[in-house]
Structures are given as C-alpha cells and as structure tokens.
Design a protein around this ligand. Structure first.
Ligand code: M6R
Length: 609
C-alpha cells in the first residue's frame, strides 16, 4: 500500500524523506518519489521501481536541497507503475502525495478538463492536485476544505503549496496518517516506524482534520476549520523492535519472536488462572447472551478465524460462521441485532474488514476487534477490542500476528465457554495452563525443526504446485500453510480438507505434486493417514507435520519426510504446528531467490478494496 512521509525542520529534507520511506517499504510499493522546496521552488524527483532507483536518480539529477518536503512510495491502483504515474503529483501551485483511492476521480477529471486543465498521468491523485490548484484562493486551509467537500473515497494526503515554502499540510479520510513532532521539526507518515528514528511523539490525525506543519509548530483544524487540540501520543515500540536484529529477513525474525509475542499477548489477560478480558470490554455477563458469532477477516487473519470457529464451537457450543470480509460486506449477510461479529486484523486498516465491521454495527451487531496495530481504524471503531500484542510486524507475510490472533481466539473461546457454562472453572483453568505452555512449545519447534524444514525446502523449489491436506483443525491450519507458501515462494498451492480429496482433486496427484499433510488430532489421525496412503500410492512425495506421538506410531515409509512437533493439548496444536509450515514457506522463498519480506504484488496493509 502507498506510504506517505513529510518533513519540516533543520535536517537535510531529501535524506530524511528517503530514510523515512525505507521504513515504510514493508507496505509494498512499485515506485517512489520526493518533492522538496529548494529556493522557494518545488523540486520533484520520482521514478518507477525501488527506493534504490530513486536514490540513483537523485544522485544523477541532483539532490533537492532544502528543509521542507514530502515523499511517497506508490502501490499502483490507477495507472501502471511508471515514472509519470509516480507521486508526487502537481498542479501549478500545489504538489501532493496520496494514499488511498479517489472514487469520483473520473467525474472530477471531466470537470477539470472542461475547465481547460490537462493531465500528465493516469492517476486519481493528479486529479486532486489539479483540483486543489483550481480551487486555490491563497488560503491553504480553505482550499483543502473545499476540496474535501468534493472528493469521495479514502485518502491520506501530504500537500505543499508553492506560496508557503516553510510548511506542509496533511489531511486524511479513512487512510491512516500520523503527525510526528520532534525538537524544532515535524513529520507526517503513514505509520509510526517511519519517524521512530527521529521522534516517538505523534498525533493521530482523524477523519477530515487538517494539520499544518511548520518546523516549530503543528496545528490542527476540524472539518469546519475550527482549531482543535489533540492528544500527543508516545510510541512504545523501540527502533530495535522495528529493525531486523541480525536476521536475514523480518519474516524469519518474526517467526523467532513468536514465543515472546504469545506470552506478551496472553499473560496480561490471565488472572487467577482464568481468562480475564474485562479491560477489553468483555465480561462473562455480556458473553452469556451471544447466540451467534460471525468472524470476518481477510487472508491470514481469516485463517485464524477458521481455527477460532472450531475451538469456539467445540468448547462453547455457539455456532460460528467465518466469512471473507470482501464477500460479507457486499452480500447482504444475515445480521441479527445482538449478534457478535468478530473482526480480526493485523493492521486494523484493511478496507474490506473495516467496512464489514461498519456494516455489522449499522445492523445492530456488537463488534469485537482483534487487532495488532494500536489506534488503527478498526481498533477505534469496534465496541470491544482485544489487542494482539505482537509488536510491529514488518514482513508482508503474517506470522507472529497470526499466532497471537490464535492465542486471543483461545482465550476468548475459554471465556465464552465459561460464560455459557459448557466447561467448568476447573476445566477452564486446565486449558489456560495448557495455553501458558505454548510459548515453550513454539520455542521447541523453532529450535528443533528449523534445520529440517530448511532441508525439506530445498526439495520444494522445483514444484509447480503443492497440496496441503488436513482434517478439522488441521485443515484450518493447512489453509494458512498454503497461503504462506504461495505468497512468498510464488509456488501454486491449495489446501484441501483431506476427506474431500477423492471427490475430484486427487486426479491432480502424480509424482510432481508434493503433498504437505498436517495430522495433530489423535481421533482423526487414522483417517488422515489413509488419505496420505492414497496420495502416496499415486506417486506424490509426502511431507507430514504431526505430533511426536503420531510419528512413533507411523508405519515405515508412510511419508517421505516427517516433521514432528511435541504433543500438547490437542485443541491448541495449531499454535505450535503452524511454525514448521511458516519456516518451510520462508526457506522455500529464500531458496528460490525471492525476498520473503516483500513478495511481488503484495502490500502489508490493504487499505483499498
Ligand atoms: O492487516 P490484516 O490482518 O487485516 O490483513 C489481512 C490480510 O491482508 C493479510 O493477512 C494477508 O493475507 C497477509 N499477507 C498474509 O500473510
């Protein structure tokens, strides 16, 4: 997703912008650019490709020399990735960077063309730049405000007016934007890591608020142009947490951080051996009344919801429907007043998840958000909120956020089951104690499986396609394993409920189609094993992820490779069994020469539909 930065202060602005953009690379992008005031003129350098290309262009064209400017990494939506479509975009007196989508840009463009305006790019952003220029009356705030009244969609904008060379302006609707303040300098950014190297203090810009940034002041007005005071926040992340800390990639670093991430997430939510979610607005009394639950999310977060469904239905006997947010929001779903809708999201800014939540709220559902990014839109708008305390997740492929989403789903299911009296207090305490052991189990898997997974990954790189199979919880887990592999290795894979294979998909199996089977649930292991035998007899190479107890009972030669994870409380097995799947995906990507942190075509935070 696009990244925005901006700077006003004594430092070399071009350097600050480029280094801040580097911290936003995780969002995914295909072009980059900066605009800086140099001798009261706006000098722009932009190019298709990575920040390296931008740096090269800056060194050949000359670095814009100044102290006030804006920068951008673009993830193409309107118009292909190209130099001309890269941001910043300008009108005669205005230059802007933009994240998001202007829904009515064609209509606005037609109007501007009828007024004699011409356009250089295919972007919706240039339409906003031209509209600002068209409406400019010498007062930046009035001009921005009148443009806000005309544009529809989601956006965050960083704006420079030629007549105001000592300041920048910022506004947002839906898309995230923060305003950072340092000593005699100020910043804008799409996310906190961009400014952490300069300051920890920042404001969260709200919808349609406009910020004016000078070196020594930051001021805000609301949509009626009335001055407002905002609460200054302090980031509690340290830079080290946002850096790679000696690992080759963020993805593997974040896989290794999972034991800590689980502990950090669950320990504050356990009191006297029982789940305690009161601080998140969740009480036993409240939970008692929920009769239907829908979990809405996208991608990995949706897969965490799939595990949640099995666990909640098993323990609390409440029916759970898991829905893909982009389907749910457009299909007139059945939402009864008082239903519980759970939204799971790492970023808290995923447009489809956010809109699904709004739809559910508007129809009278109670909403519970399980979110990692503090202060994000979904976190702010939900009725109840449980933060996953995974810390910043930088790699595009979600790992530690997923494992903390699972951890929260378990705590929630335990609490719900207590409320519904489908488990006893003693049973709940037993489950909580088992959950508390999972960080060690994950640590053990990392320590003991990484080398083996690394080796097996060398066998996967030649495959064009793979199948992941499992039953029940193992099926939910297979979905996540398959997505992880696809997104970073670019090898096609599908996950199938193992029992469904013989209804068609088994025809794909031959010696060139490896199968990754997951078998952690004792009562159905024999069934999964018989599916493994079926694919093996058709030539497939089989990699089996199973418990150590299952591995001991296996007949010789059932699988080509066996990855053993320690046998824990079976309901909790997804937490430890996902780890080898993540590591397999990571090393397969690395072996193929891919950058697992920034897979092609993907963005960390999908803030457009
Ligand atoms: O920020 P969110 O959790 O809402 O993001 C949802 C998906 O876009 C995300 O999980 C995506 O599938 C990841 N790249 C998977 O690794």
């Amino acid at each position: 997703m696009c990244g925005i930065v901006g700077y006003v202060g004594p430092r070399d602005c071009s350097d600050v912008l480029v280094s801040a953009l580097e911290k936003l690379e995780y969002r995914g992008y295909d072009s980059a650019g900066i605009a800086v005031f140099e001798d009261n003129e706006i000098k722009t350098v932009k190019t298709k490709g990575k920040l390296e290309n931008l740096k090269e262009k800056i060194s050949t064209e000359g670095k814009p020399d100044g102290h006030v400017g804006i920068g951008h990494t673009r993830w193409a939506t309107h118009g292909e990735p190209s130099d001309v479509n890269s941001h910043p975009h300008s009108g005669a007196r205005v230059t802007i960077v933009h994240n998001g989508i202007i829904e009515n840009y064609l209509e606005l463009k037609e109007f501007l063309v009828s007024q004699g305006r011409t356009f250089l790019s295919d972007t919706d952003t240039e339409v906003v730049a031209q509209l600002l220029d068209y409406k400019y009356n010498g007062d930046p705030l009035e001009t921005i405000d009148s443009v806000l009244a005309e544009v529809k969609g989601s956006f965050a904008l960083g704006i420079m007016f030629k007549d105001f060379p000592d300041r920048i302006f910022a506004v947002r609707r839906e898309s995230p934007l923060i305003v950072g303040v340092g000593d005699g300098e100020s910043f804008i950014a799409s996310d906190v890591p961009a400014i952490l190297q300069y300051t920890r203090d920042y404001y969260l810009l709200e919808h349609d608020e406009i910020a004016t940034l000078a070196a020594d002041s930051v001021t805000f007005v609301d949509e009626h142009l009335q001055p407002i005071e905002k609460e200054l926040k302090t980031a509690d992340w340290d830079m080290e947490a946002a850096e790679k800390g000696g690992y080759a990639h963020y993805m593997i670093k974040e896989i290794h951080e999972q034991p800590t991430a689980i502990k950090t997430t669950i320990i504050p939510r356990i009191r006297d051996g029982l789940p305690c979610l009161e601080e998140c607005g969740i009480t036993l009394d409240k939970l008692k009344d929920f009769k239907n639950i829908t979990i809405v999310a996208c991608g990995t977060a949706m897969h965490a919801g799939m595990v949640g469904k099995y666990v909640i239905e098993d323990l609390a006997r409440v029916p759970v429907n898991v829905d893909i947010a982009s389907e749910y929001r457009y299909r007139n779903p059945i939402i009864n007043k008082g239903d519980l809708v759970i939204i799971i999201s790492q970023s808290g800014e995923t447009a489809d998840s956010r809109e699904a939540m709004r739809l559910a709220k508007s129809r009278g559902a109670q909403t519970l958000a399980i979110v990692n990014a503090k202060g994000s839109s979904i976190a702010r708008e939900a009725d109840m909120l449980i933060y996953t305390l995974a810390g910043p997740e930088i790699a595009v492929a979600s790992t530690k956020a997923y494992i903390t989403q699972l951890s929260v789903m378990y705590l929630f299911a335990f609490e719900l089951a207590l409320a519904k009296e489908t488990i006893s207090v003693a049973e709940c305490k037993r489950l909580v104690a088992a959950l508390l052991k999972m960080p060690d189990a994950v640590e053990y898997v990392i320590d003991n499986c990484e080398e083996k997974c690394k080796y097996i990954a060398t066998k996967l790189i030649a495959a064009d396609s793979l199948l992941y199979i499992g039953r029940e919880l193992d099926y939910a887990l297979s979905m996540e394993g398959s997505l992880k592999l696809k997104e970073v290795s670019y090898i096609h894979s599908e996950s199938y409920a193992a029992g469904e294979l013989k209804h068609g998909t088994i025809s794909l199996i031959d010696k060139d189609m490896p199968v990754i089977a997951v078998a952690t649930q004792t009562d159905i292991i024999p069934k999964t094993i018989s599916n493994i035998v079926e694919v093996k007899s058709r030539g497939a190479k089989v990699i089996l992820v199973c418990t150590d107890t299952c591995a001991r009972a296996l007949d010789e030669g059932v699988a080509d490779y066996v990855i053993e994870v320690p046998h824990c409380e079976e309901l909790l097995m997804p937490i430890s069994a996902v780890v080898p799947l993540q590591i397999l995906a990571y090393y397969t990507a690395v072996n193929k020469g891919n950058d697992p942190d920034k897979p092609r075509n993907l963005a960390k935070s999908v803030t457009v539909e």
